[in-house]
Design a protein around this ligand. Structure first.
Ligand code: AHM
Ligand code: MG
Length: 329
């Protein structure tokens, strides 16, 4: 089998990259490749919506709330529709778990994959022109193809992911993903309507000088978390917090750093969702040489009991996450 970690040249088009990876798998049926293509295409559509949001009255709140009781924005709902429609029509998944839907959406029982997705993360930044993202995880079903999806299919630990990625709608739009053979990043060229490989085999530095946490909640952190933040300050690290998980994570991936969303008074079990936020980024972080923990357990070892459950989250450069775990433990 070809070593598919061999870097492809910068500028390789996404489609070509996916095809070459598919050929490296003896068992590949092409379903996963098509699924990645569907996600990439929906990302283009959402990117277009975001770019025009201020012009077409898409930036406001809808008056409705999502599964976690958070206000939904027009774009949250639109992005959910865009991805759900493409994934349903594409037919490569048997079920969709979405942050915007209370229940699992059952799609095509003859498909092998399950997708968990936060269609548009960083809601508070949607209407102020700040970076936001899409986060997705893909699992292979455990139950037999052709039968209804089971609880065991949708409550798999993160270590079972076969692919995971995010789209960052930032100063440029990027798709970053892993299929368990390293992490690669593709930059979207809007003039050509195509993603091109721009970051090959991404590695997060072992150490870093950036810590990302909402310090407004400092008073409700545990002493251990407070001590770790003090430690970052004593070391002269920079505080950088956008408030969009994908954007904060992406910066730390490139530069080295730690992102923290611990338990708080408002969110006693953390705010971020295990299945379609924490696990996704944990897979990417580990593939890039980093770590992700809830403070005690490796994120990807946790067996979910609910598709929307939350977890405290510490993710980023290996040495920083290890130090944080040591100090909060
Ligand atoms: P969302 O899924 O409702 O957008 O919430 C997740 C977001 C993350 O992107 C971000 O890191 C975090 O919530 C910010 O929360 P806070 O405003 O409490 O700091
Ligand atoms: Mg979210």
């Amino acid at each position: 089998m070809e070593d598919s970690r061999i870097a492809m040249p910068i500028g390789t088009a996404l489609d070509r990259f996916i095809k070459s990876r598919q050929e490296a798998f003896a068992f590949a049926t092409g379903e996963l490749s098509q699924l990645l293509r569907d996600i990439a295409l929906s990302g283009k559509v959402v990117n277009r919506d975001i770019n025009r949001a201020g012009l077409i009255n898409l930036a406001g709140v809808t008056g409705t709330q999502n599964t976690g009781g958070e206000d939904q924005k027009e774009l949250d709902i639109l992005a959910n529709i865009r991805f759900s429609r493409a994934l349903t029509k594409g037919g490569e998944v048997c079920a969709i778990i979405s942050e915007e839907e209370e229940e699992i959406i059952e799609v095509n029982n003859n498909s092998s994959y399950i997708i968990a997705i936060d269609p548009l993360d960083g809601s508070s930044n949607i209407d102020v022109n700040v970076s936001i993202g899409t986060i997705f995880s893909i699992y292979r079903r455990i139950s037999e193809v052709g039968t209804p999806v089971t609880e065991a299919d949708v409550l798999q630990p993160g270590k079972n992911q076969v692919a995971a990625g995010y789209i960052l709608y930032g100063s440029s739009t990027m798709l970053v993903f892993t299929t368990g053979m390293g992490v690669n990043g593709f930059t979207y060229d809007p003039t050509l309507g195509e993603y091109f490989l721009s970051h090959t085999n991404m590695q997060i530095p072992d150490g870093g000088k950036i810590y990302s946490v909402n310090e407004g909640s400092y008073h409700s952190f545990t002493d251990g978390v407070k001590n770790y933040i003090e430690d970052c300050r004593d070391n002269g690290f920079s505080g950088r917090y956008i408030g969009s998980l994908v954007a904060d994570f992406h910066r730390n991936l490139l530069k080295g750093g730690i992102y923290i969303y611990p338990s708080t008074a408002a969110n006693p079990t953390g705010k971020l969702r295990l299945v379609y936020e924490c696990n996704t980024l944990a897979f990417i972080a580990e593939q890039a040489g980093g770590l992700a923990t809830d403070g005690v357990n490796r994120i990807m070892d946790i067996i979910p009991t609910d598709i929307h459950q939350r977890a405290p989250f510490f993710i980023g450069s290996k040495e920083m996450v290890e130090r944080a775990k040591e100090m909060i433990g």
